[in-house]
Design a protein around this ligand. Structure first.
Ligand SMILES: [Zn+2]
Length: 299
């Protein structure tokens, strides 16, 4: 009895720490932690054609700068908005016309209340619903143009294609493809070389994520540049490797569930060592297998 009790006690302690870790990771990804934004610098990297990548703290910001003005994809955190604005001004392309949100998380939409006063925010209709449901949402942070499957803007001499995905990282993800520059920004549906976070609470789904990546890879030119949710500009080969790793781990967990295994048994059987390099901070291989299990077994 004692052993059983001790095991249960240990299991509950482990569960508690896993929960705390998960909560911490979500907070870190969404910017819930305390940060000193005054130390953050916004850097600008030319990607291709009219497209630039601004980095600071939070999600990547893709920028189209040209004769029609500026379009940005994602807005990082509100305390950084003026710095981001100053970095945009340096591009010398005049007014900000459009803001696209790739998904609802605060490290990608936090600057909306500032930029929404200057430009029209465009997003998937599910993202709009989730932001509207926020008790303290202010009008300027809400998208004024929504869509579900796809939307094309003629902007700065190219077609800018917005592709709606649901479910994936959340239930309202958008990918943005700049057709002439041949650059795609995938939001948090892609992080290079590490396991992603899939937000089941906000409608995310691991199998949906694999399906979305598969659909992009059927048409995306091999020489396209890929802007991930966070981190440096990547290649389509890196995107393919990410897709394959996610698909492989999802299939492993799915097979285990079909065989009646518990999350713990699946993890024990998993080739965790193989995925060591895919761990980043709290999001390590065991946690990823748990996340996949939770997504596949959610009601
Ligand atoms: Zn995210």
């Amino acid at each position: 009895m004692n052993t059983v009790f001790r095991t249960l006690h240990l299991a509950s302690r482990l569960l508690t720490s896993a929960f705390l870790l998960a909560a911490f990771s979500v907070a870190a990804q969404q910017g819930g932690g305390r940060r000193d934004y005054s130390q953050v610098e916004i850097t600008n990297t030319p990607v291709a054609g009219n497209i630039y990548l601004l980095e600071g703290s939070g999600g990547n910001i893709g920028v189209s700068a040209g004769p029609d003005g500026l379009l940005i994809v994602d807005t990082q955190f509100l305390p950084l908005a003026e710095k981001i604005d100053a970095a945009l001004a340096k591009l010398g392309s005049g007014e900000l016309r459009y803001v696209v949100n790739t998904h609802v998380h605060g490290d990608h939409t936090g600057g909306n209340p500032y930029f929404g006063k200057k430009a029209k925010i465009i997003a998937h209709s599910n993202l709009q619903k989730r932001l509207t449901a926020k008790t303290n949402a202010v009008p300027a942070e809400l998208p004024v143009i929504t869509y579900e499957q796809g939307l094309t803007l003629k902007f700065n001499g190219e077609d800018v294609r917005l592709i709606g995905f649901t479910p994936g990282h959340t239930d309202g993800d958008t990918a943005v493809y700049f057709t002439k520059a041949n650059v795609i920004q995938l939001g948090d549906q892609f992080v290079n070389g590490r396991f992603p976070y899939v937000d089941v609470v906000n409608g995310g789904d691991v199998k949906g994520l694999v399906k979305n990546l598969d659909s992009v890879l059927t048409w995306l030119p091999a020489d396209a540049k890929v802007i991930p949710g966070h981190g440096k500009v990547s290649t389509t080969a890196e995107l393919k490797l990410f897709r394959d790793t996610i698909a492989e781990t999802v299939a492993f967990v799915e097979k285990g569930i079909a065989e009646g295994k518990t999350a713990e048994q699946i993890k024990t059987a998993a080739p965790l060592e193989k995925y060591r390099s895919w761990s980043a901070g709290a999001q390590n291989a065991p946690r990823w297998f748990d996340a996949v299990y939770n997504s596949l077994t959610k009601k």
